[in-house]
Design a protein. Structure first.
Length: 99
């Protein structure tokens, strides 16, 4: 793992990310810039999921970080969702980036 102290505060993903020289750099990425809500499904390549989410938090599955949240549908219902963050978020020389 090239990052530690991984956390989510609101829509902001933060971590200490290892650089190529071995040092660590604090980095943050606003997930609102790359995650959207389409009628209760969160997906990559859109934006502003956080405005229709509650209980947003970090979870882990098989050692991999996940975005966990309850998401509102168009009809106003809420349901729990998850998104594996390392599918599209990477550490590039000390910076969290969306790929």
């Amino acid at each position: 793992m090239t990052s530690n102290n991984i956390r989510i505060d609101g829509s902001i993903l933060s971590a200490n990310c290892r650089r190529t020289n071995g040092s660590y750099e604090p980095s943050s990425l606003d997930l609102n810039s790359c995650v959207g809500n389409k009628n209760g499904i969160i997906w990559w390549g859109s934006s502003d999921f956080y405005y229709t989410a509650q209980d947003v938090r970090l979870g882990w599955y098989d050692g991999r970080p996940q975005l966990l949240a309850s998401i509102r549908t168009i009809s106003g219902n809420w349901h729990d969702v998850d998104l594996e963050l390392d599918e599209r978020i990477a550490n590039k020389n000390g910076k969290l980036v969306y790929e």
